[in-house]
Write a protein that binds this ligand. Structure first.
Ligand code: BTN
Length: 298
């Protein structure tokens, strides 16, 4: 009899624990404006917030807002994108309840050429660091893709508007594949794709990840001219010391990736021993031996 009541008590505790677990999981998966707003702004980023359940492209929305005068730090977030864009006019898929899609309007003052070049890699660096904090080793595949051992987990699309020589605003767009549902079909992507949860055990809170990424962007943003950010980029650059193939619209070459210059161009050692510097909107890099080197990251 007494034993029976103990059993009952144990079960009740289990039920409470199970209920709490379900609630934690439910809450951490909730991705809505109210929850997001309660964690923002961070480092003066994320206010005002424009949250959409569905939008064509957060970058398009942010560009329109910037043209209407939206302030530095304005953030556009969507649960789903129906016409997300990537580099090289590729499409970027963001199915509902599975990924992060955000675009940040930045209006840095008196930005130098070096700082501008670095701004392009900033989003990727922030994502790499946030994944690192979750225990996931990630690297930047130049200039602004984020890869883990299974493939690409995030991409960054930076778009700027110029007034002559001056940068009027930049839109920093970041897409992260969080759950397996967000991973596009192999046939639809140029590189193998992966997701954050695939490299970890358990669910990842999109809100916590988003806030962490913003915090990191905010703190690096004040250090764009520093040596530290340059070493941080180089420290997480994928394929360093490995043979890589660089291709652009009118060239293709092979060499060993040595590292970066301070303004984020690639240092490539050619077979003859010469070291050349390469950078450009239309360039892409991949390991010469995709099958062997893809998974090793560095
Ligand atoms: C790439 O890998 O080519 C860059 C992908 C960038 C995708 C993000 S998702 C949020 C923002 N909105 C877009 O339409 N694109 C960027």
């Amino acid at each position: 009899m007494i034993g029976g009541s103990f059993t009952f008590c144990d079960r009740a505790e289990d039920t409470v624990r199970w209920h709490k677990l379900c609630m934690d999981r439910y809450n951490s998966n909730m991705f809505n404006e109210k929850r997001l707003k309660s964690s923002l702004p961070v480092e003066a980023l994320g206010e005002p917030l424009y949250f959409y359940k569905t939008v064509a492209s957060t970058n398009d929305r942010a560009q329109a807002l910037a043209q209407e005068g939206a302030v530095h730090g304005t953030l556009v977030v969507a649960d789903e994108q129906t016409a997300g864009r990537g580099r090289f006019r590729r499409s970027w898929s963001t199915p509902p309840r599975s990924a992060l899609a955000l675009s940040l309007i930045l209006r840095p003052e008196d930005i130098t050429q070096v700082a501008l070049a670095r701004m392009n890699m900033l989003g990727a660096l922030a994502v790499v660091e946030s994944l690192g904090a979750l225990g996931l080793e990630a690297r930047i595949k130049w200039p602004n893709d984020v890869i883990i051992s299974g493939g690409k987990v995030a991409g960054v699309l930076t778009e700027g508007s110029w007034m002559g020589e001056d940068l009027e605003y930049a839109v920093l767009g970041i897409g992260v594949n969080v759950s397996p549902k967000s991973v596009p079909d192999r046939r639809d992507v140029a590189y193998p794709a992966a997701c954050v949860e695939g490299g970890l055990e358990g669910k990842v809170s999109r809100i916590r990840l988003l806030v962490d990424i913003l915090e990191r962007i905010g703190s690096w943003l004040n250090m764009l001219d520093s040596k530290q950010i340059y070493s941080a980029f180089e420290g997480v650059l994928a394929f360093r010391g490995q043979p890589v193939k660089i291709s652009g619209s009118d060239m293709e070459l092979t060499g060993v990736l040595q590292g970066l210059t301070p303004n984020c161009r690639l240092r490539i050692a050619l077979a003859a021993g010469e070291v050349i510097l390469l950078g450009g909107e239309d360039m892409q890099i991949r390991p010469v031996d995709m099958d062997r080197d893809w998974a090793t990251l560095n």
